[in-house]
Write a protein that binds this ligand. Structure first.
Ligand SMILES: N[C@@H](CCC(=O)N[C@@H](CS)C(=O)NCC(=O)O)C(=O)O
Length: 346
């Protein structure tokens, strides 16, 4: 433990120095004085676009740039939605240690997206808010994205212990305008919202303790992120090593803490199987291929994204052999791949 602790300390120090040296980009001031938050007149600086997904049938008029970590389940959720919706987008891979690619942003988490609008460049933060606002926008032609974004205000509040928190209001809500939606029942809307929230609040918490369960699994997970995220092409050799070993050490320890915090079972695999089977039971009770019916809804996409983010790990293989998820997962893969645009590496 002492050796691991020392190693982590040294690497974290190195990471901190490295980060200091690399965060020269100043955050863009992001209030325009007319009540539009996170609306910029200039696009943020982008050095390297990792890839572009170009869908020839996209008539949304949106020009989207997604800043992400390839392996992050929240980012995977946004990609799954964008692919399913058939829109085009650019991907910028963020270095999880230095985070220099989002040095311009006041919001410090990923995913974050920038969308070109006629007034400038609108930043959307938080996976659920991004998906809800885009899904609301894409429901009908000729909507005003800035108007929709205003339905998701950030509210700051203080906890009992004095710590400051913020919350994005309505992030699981779709905005249907004044008319009742004719293509959806109220029950299906409420059900979708409930499972989306469950996916973030419950299923998501079973992932880290499972993929970082042992030191070896933790390093293997980071090697998998290295491969899936194409880090070799995007980051320097030292950046990659730093991220792999600092990340694996930190997440190994954090995974143990999360297991306690979220009351997972002693054998964390059982918690993962249990939660996934809980969702699969809901799908089965519908008698349709997906919770959303013949096509996935936003809850299917949220659960799918959680599993994609661990696909390739030992935990994922164990899950396939110990739960009823495999046929649904394959159907999800097929639908999303059939609707995704062409992937162009730049
Ligand atoms: N509620 C946010 C959570 C996003 C989040 O926690 N992202 C992680 C990466 S998976 C992050 O950026 N953590 C801060 C960091 O890496 O410094 C969402 O749904 O997008």
């Amino acid at each position: 433990m002492a050796v691991v602790g020392f190693g982590v300390g040294a690497l974290a120090g190195l990471g901190y120095m490295y980060r200091k040296m690399n965060t020269k980009v100043m955050p863009i001031a992001n209030i325009d004085g007319k009540g539009n938050s996170f609306l910029f007149s200039e696009p943020p600086p982008v050095d390297v676009i990792a890839r572009r997904v170009e869908n020839p049938t996209d008539d949304s008029g949106l020009k989207i740039t997604l800043f992400q970590y390839q392996a992050c389940p929240f980012c995977t959720k946004v990609r799954a939605y964008l692919d399913f919706a058939g829109v085009s987008y650019d991907v910028v891979e963020v270095n999880p240690v230095t985070k220099k690619q989002v040095g311009w942003s006041i919001y410090k988490k990923v995913p974050t997206v920038i969308i070109k609008v006629k007034e400038g460049y609108q930043q959307l933060n938080d996976s659920s808010m991004i998906i809800s606002s885009l899904a609301s926008f894409l429901r009908e032609k000729n909507q005003d994205l800035l108007k929709i974004v205003k339905f998701y205000p950030v509210v700051e509040y203080s906890e009992e212990d004095g710590s400051k928190r913020s919350e994005i209001m309505n992030r699981y809500f779709l905005m249907f305008g004044d008319e009742e939606p004719v293509d959806r029942t109220k029950e299906s809307i409420v059900e979708e919202r409930r499972w989306r929230k469950w996916s973030d609040d419950v299923l998501m918490h079973t992932l880290s303790p499972n993929i970082y369960r042992t030191w070896d699994e933790s390093v293997a997970a980071f090697r998998m992120f290295d491969k899936n995220g194409d880090w070799e092409r995007i980051f320097s050799y030292w950046e990659r090593q730093l991220v792999i070993y600092v990340g694996a050490a930190a997440m190994y320890m954090i995974g143990k803490r999360l297991k306690k915090r979220h009351n997972l079972l002693e054998d964390v695999r059982l918690s993962l199987y249990q939660e996934v089977n809980h969702f699969m039971k809901a799908v089965k009770s519908k008698g349709t291929p997906f919770l959303g019916g013949d096509l996935p809804n936003l809850a299917d996409l949220a659960v799918y994204a959680c599993l994609v983010s661990i696909d390739g790990s030992v935990a994922f293989d164990d899950l396939l052999s110990n739960s009823s998820v495999a046929p649904w997962y394959t159907r999800m893969q097929q639908v999303i791949e059939s609707r995704r645009g062409n992937v162009i590496r730049i």
